[in-house]
Ligand binder design. Structure first.
Ligand code: GDP
Length: 141
């Protein structure tokens, strides 16, 4: 059974630097994601550490949070049936070397860390991540 879900995606600093914002948003819309809200912003190192707290202690935590606070990002709140799994399919594998043809990471990622896009991986993380970037009043009805 399909249920309407919300998820959070981030166009990461590498993709913003490559002028890929438009292409990635086009792919999201073509794949029937409804954009409920979007904003371009920069986050601090501390905010990146809070966002990725689940990865604290991993060997890549320092470089990941340095990278995510290294320049502008675009955060989008998305809605679709099966949004969480469908977004992760469209994103492609974390390591672009393993990403399938036609995925966003295959097209835009540079390496396993500078991999163009983030997507929530479950309903509870989607709720946390959406509320990290957006207040309820900012989401389209
Ligand atoms: P995602 O859900 O596909 O984004 O992957 P994860 O939640 O496992 O990891 C979060 C982010 O940390 C990834 O998107 C990468 O930017 C980075 N990352 C994950 N695994 C590695 C790794 O083994 N090495 C490095 N350098 N970065 C990683």
């Amino acid at each position: 059974m399909k249920t309407l879900q919300r998820t959070l995606t981030i166009i990461k600093p590498d993709a913003v630097r490559k002028n890929a914002i438009g292409d990635i948003i086009e792919q999201l819309e073509k794949n029937d994601f409804r954009i409920l809200a979007l904003k371009m912003l920069e986050i601090s190192k501390h905010q990146a550490e809070q966002f990725y707290a689940v990865h604290a202690g991993r060997p890549f935590f320092r470089t990941l949070t340095d990278f995510m606070s290294s320049g502008p990002i675009v955060a989008l709140a998305l809605e679709k049936e099966n949004a969480i799994a469908d977004l992760r399919k469209l994103m492609g594998a974390t390591n672009p070397a393993s990403a399938e043809e036609g995925t966003i990471r295959k097209k835009w990622a540079t390496n396993i860390e500078h991999n163009a896009i983030h997507g929530s991986d479950a309903e509870d993380t989607a709720r946390f991540e959406l509320s990290f970037f957006f207040a309820g009043y900012e989401l389209a009805e």
